[in-house]
Design a protein around this ligand. Structure first.
Ligand code: NAD
Ligand code: UGA
Length: 445
């Protein structure tokens, strides 16, 4: 099939590349000329494991193209995916300006039957807005072409995006037209197996499914963060509790890891957008408001532990003169994405309290510099160097290289062996045995 994917960010680039990998001819379009020129040369704008190899192979085999020319891409394609950003507006609602701008461009350029697919995460009712915007442009041109608007939300996770796309748990297609649904099924058939499902539903339910999924996952995390905080106060161990509840097949083990709060470009934005959607229907989504509030508080828990350790009285300047070495800046491992990373809130708080911060991250330093500038120091190579003479190590993101480190070297490098672990990477008893003061989340360690 001939496809164009408009918006070549995390989702557009991964989706376009994976569709090319399954034999389709794909044009990835973006307004960002630098991004497109880079992609033509094999330079990727993001770090996503496995993506570069697939981009290079599919480009060289003539199935994957990059362009800023949306008009030609639309004319050459049967299916036009919209995969542009839907950032939060000032009031928390999803800002649809890019989505609607693309819908208009498609209307200005279509020359025959097209399937327009909303891949971006968009509120219920957006497909209808896309349809109207496209139709208005056709009317302006005085031409008549048939088209369908489909909702096909994306569920991939950064850091595991290729696997998630190629072997999805499920594919959701919201389509009101049977013929179009069949074409979408054919497009996704290479990714379907006995163990996953392609679910066809009405457009509005598909749009809602995406928000409900992210909101449910965010709810599990906030719930578990509160259980962890309670475990600490009661002397229980949240890791054991997670095992205990996860073994119930109705609950499962995933997305029950307590930590420093959820971040990223999606959970925070999508929870806010769903709250806003509910507001617009005069419905008070009490639960989601709490999920968000718990998450904001959780981002402060590690800093509270540092203040309690170094300066139990707290207050302004309570970490003055202290140097904190930070491992991990990105919002999760295996990505360089810093959007809504909990490290931002944690490091800003440390700086505000007077601490000096040195940070290590294998991939996110370039992005982090755009946020912290020269207010902190960085390294992406030797994770131990930043420990020399520091007062404590704080772990914010669970990159693999932090999981089994050289504790002797850590202890010898720090001015005192103190670790604040926001990701529960180590065993509290072992840490005590080897002489560390070890603070983690929900484990009395
Ligand atoms: P992104 O910011 O990485 O990429 C968006 C791209 O769209 C940018 O390169 C931008 O230049 C381009 N763009 C903007 N306006 C354009 C236009 N008029 N024409 C062509 N290109 C244009 O965003 P992302 O993370 O890929 O997210 C895209 C959408 O997918 C969002 O709605 C997001 O919620 C959703 N989503 C993201 C993820 C994820 O893991 N990042 C997962 C599932 C769903
Ligand atoms: C999330 C969803 O998992 C994807 O299904 C969805 O497609 C995507 O959002 C989206 O809509 O963009 P992503 O944000 O890439 O994917 O990463 P996650 O692995 O979900 O992690 C999100 C945040 O939650 C991270 O900050 C992570 O550290 C945190 N988290 C995750 C926890 O604190 N505990 C957990 O148990 C799991």
């Amino acid at each position: 099939m001939k496809i164009c994917v408009i918006g070549s960010g995390y989702v557009g680039l991964v989706a376009g590349t994976c569709f090319a990998e399954s034999g389709n001819t794909v044009i990835c379009v973006d307004v960002n000329q630098e991004k497109i020129e880079g992609l033509k040369e094999g330079i990727l704008p993001i770090y996503e494991p496995g993506l570069k190899e697939l981009v290079l192979r599919n480009s060289s085999e003539g199935r994957l193209f990059f362009s800023t020319d949306l008009a030609s891409a639309v004319k050459e394609s049967l299916i036009c995916f919209i995969a542009v950003g839907t950032p939060p507006g000032e009031d928390g609602s999803a800002d649809l300006q890019h989505v609607i701008a693309v819908a208009r461009e498609i209307g200005r350029n279509m020359d025959g039957f097209k399937i327009i697919v909303d891949k971006s995460t968009v509120p219920v009712g957006t497909a209808e807005k896309v349809r109207r915007a496209t139709q208005e442009e056709l009317d302006r041109r005085g031409v008549s072409h048939e088209f369908d608007v489909v909702s096909n939300p994306e569920f991939l996770k950064e850091g595991a995006a290729i696997d998630d796309f190629m072997k999805p748990d499920r594919v959701v297609i919201g389509a009101d037209n049977v013929r179009t649904a069949e074409i979408m099924k054919e497009l996704y058939s290479p990714f379907m197996r006995k163990t996953n499902r392609l679910i066809v539903m009405d457009v509005k339910s598909a749009e809602m499914t995406k928000y409900a999924a992210n909101a449910m996952l965010a709810t599990r995390i906030s719930f578990m963060n509160q259980i962890a905080n309670l475990c600490e106060r009661m002397g229980a161990d949240v890791a054991a509790v997670r095992e205990g509840i996860g073994s119930d097949s109705r609950i499962g083990y995933d997305f029950l890891f307590p930590g420093v709060g959820y971040g990223g470009s999606c959970f925070p934005k999508d929870v806010k957008a769903l709250i806003k959607t509910a507001d617009e229907c005069n419905y008070d989504f009490v639960l989601l408001n709490a999920v968000e509030e718990v998450n904001e508080r959780q981002k402060k828990v590690l800093v509270d532990k540092m203040v309690a350790h170094f300066s139990p009285g707290g207050g302004a300047g309570s970490l003055a003169g202290k140097t904190i070495a930070v491992w991990g800046l990105s919002f999760k491992p295996r990505t360089d994405d810093m959007r809504e990373a909990p490290s931002i809130v944690i490091i800003e708080s440390l700086l505000e309290l007077g601490a000096t911060v040195r940070a290590h991250d294998p991939e996110a330093v370039k992005e982090a510099k755009k946020i912290f500038g020269d207010r902190i120091t960085y390294t992406s190579t030797n994770q131990y160097e930043i420990l020399n003479g520091a007062d404590a190590l704080a772990i914010i993101t669970e990159w693999n290289e932090y999981r089994n480190p050289d504790f002797e070297r850590i202890g010898a490098s720090l001015s005192a062996p103190v670790i604040f672990d926001g990701r529960n990477l180590y065993n509290p008893r072992r840490m005590r045995d080897i002489g560390f003061t070890y603070h983690s989340i929900g484990r009395n360690g």
